[in-house]
Write a protein that binds this ligand. Structure first.
Ligand code: UDP
Length: 377
């Protein structure tokens, strides 16, 4: 089967990292068409997945766009759509991996006669998308042959926004557990390199964005014992510079300059996670899936997640991790303190998480599920 994957992003967010794993088995029979140049293209090339940047024009529509802005951007997309239609004729199906890819992919599917698959990585709720964008997304997705939702939470929001339930299949993100096995000596070295070897390290792995809630962790840190430090791993991928400024200001006000490190975007996530004593996920809006939660589990590091959206499908509090109320720093402080106090119980929870996650999210099983769904088309 020949697949034309479409993705709007030049930068590797969660949806893009997931696409690498999905496209890999088709690397001799696929093309990933991107709507922006950037480091995601380099990552695809590194994984020997054919990739082409299809446009250099910035697509103006934003998550909160109005109807007129939305329609104006569709006319702006005409050259890109023409190009995609031409390419699609050489492929068996179009696989749209993001919202803007869905817009282009749906129109190209209609014009080229190739079936459309939409991989839904988002929660189509008012917290994340304007009413216009939700309407456009469900109207177009309802024309697809298949909608793959990355969690129950994403599926539920899709149906509530008007999406057809019968089109949707849930497939979680897949991971190769081998990539998360680390040598103890290497991890010790990394802790030393970070100059944090005698500290209790809480890691936050996410792009810097208000709804990812790094500020909640900083607030929680202020009430933790002095040996607790935080590393913030990730960058402001989509221009959230004001939020970065706010975080620095908050850290200064709380006098936590010596206890918070910004590491920027990193490619050594498994090692960094293993170097942490706890991974904190603190999204204040429902997380569609939460790759970082599973990655922490596979790294053998205990994880505390904000109890909402896809996160509650991944974590059973006290069994394979901890859940904490979104936006509640006091509760987070309590979880951090209990992990420090009861190291043995916390380690046992992390071990259970590693074992179950290696099975449940194994990329080989997940890819098989996707292959079977695509085969049926
Ligand atoms: N990530 C990364 N480098 C960083 C920060 C994050 O590679 O510096 C990865 C992280 O390991 C995860 C993904 O980015 O695989 C984020 O996915 P998630 O589902 O947690 O959030 P999203 O970005 O999709 O909202």
């Amino acid at each position: 089967m020949k697949i034309l994957f479409l993705d709007q992003s030049g930068k590797p967010g969660g949806a893009e990292l997931c696409l690498i794993d999905i496209a890999k088995p088709y690397q001799n029979n696929c093309l990933v068409g991107l709507f922006a140049d950037g480091s995601f293209k380099d990552l695809l090339e590194k994984n020997q997945i054919p990739v082409e940047v299809l446009t250099n024009q910035k697509i103006q529509v934003k998550k909160e766009s109005s109807l007129t802005q939305g329609l104006a951007s569709i006319t702006q997309l005409a050259p890109l759509i023409t190009k995609v239609v031409k390419i699609a004729r050489n492929y068996d199906l179009i696989y749209a991996n993001t919202q803007k890819a869905l817009v282009v992919g749906a129109i190209a599917s209609f014009l080229s006669g190739r079936p459309l698959v939409f991989h839904l990585h988002d929660i189509l709720s008012p917290e994340h998308f304007s009413q216009t964008n939700r309407r456009i997304a469900v109207t177009l997705a309802n024309r697809a042959k298949l909608v793959i939702a990355n969690s129950q939470a994403s599926k539920k929001a899709f149906i509530e926004a008007g999406g057809k339930a019968e089109l949707v299949k849930i497939v979680y993100n897949g991971f190769d557990p081998q990539n998360y096995l680390n040598q103890e000596s290497q991890i010790k070295q990394l802790r030393q390199k970070l100059e944090l070897d005698d500290k209790f390290i809480v890691g936050h792995f996410s792009r810097l964005a208000p709804w990812k809630g790094q500020h909640i962790l900083i607030e929680a840190l202020a009430k933790c014992p002095p040996e607790v430090v935080v590393i913030l791993v990730g960058d402001a991928l989509f221009g959230e510079q004001d939020y970065v400024k706010q975080l620095h200001q908050q850290i200064d006000e709380l006098q936590l300059q010596n206890r918070v490190k910004f590491l920027g975007f990193r490619h050594d996530i498994p090692q960094l996670m293993a170097a942490c004593d706890l991974v904190a996920h603190t999204s204040t809006a429902p997380e569609p899936f939460g790759r970082v939660i599973v990655e922490a589990m596979l790294s053998g590091t205990p994880v505390v997640a904000a109890a909402s959206g896809g996160a509650i499908e991944l974590v059973q509090s006290g069994i394979n991790g901890f859940l904490s109320t979104p936006g509640n720093p006091q509760e987070l402080t309590k979880v951090i303190n209990s992990c420090i106090q009861d190291k043995q119980k916390t380690a046992a929870i992390a071990e259970t998480a590693r074992n179950t996650a290696s099975q449940r999210f194994n990329v080989a099983n997940i890819n098989q599920q996707i292959a079977q769904l695509l085969q049926k088309l």
